[in-house]
Design a protein around this ligand. Sequence first.
Ligand code: SF4
Length: 97
Amino acid sequence: MAGVQMGFEEGLAKTPFLAAVDEAYCDYCGECLKTCLGCGACIPVCEEGAISLVPRTHHRRPPKNEGRMFARILWERRRIGPFISERIRRTLRRVRR
Ligand code: SF4
């Protein structure tokens, strides 16, 4: 959750399921809204049994390691270009010394 709160929503591994509410059973009490984070914690608080988990249609695989995770974050935030050019600049500075 800390990553989502820091704004890295797309750079994180997400659960392969989403919570689905059956409106035929839901009485709109709002109890699930206090717990729903996409983790399934809302299911046991629903006394009407209106919530179930359904598979995501477009589930992304989590990054293999930390380096790939940060690369994905940079890519999604369109910061990969400036990151690479800064790395090249630093390397050239080091080589010239
Ligand atoms: S806890 Fe269940 S009944 Fe209450 S709002 Fe959520 S889904 Fe509807």
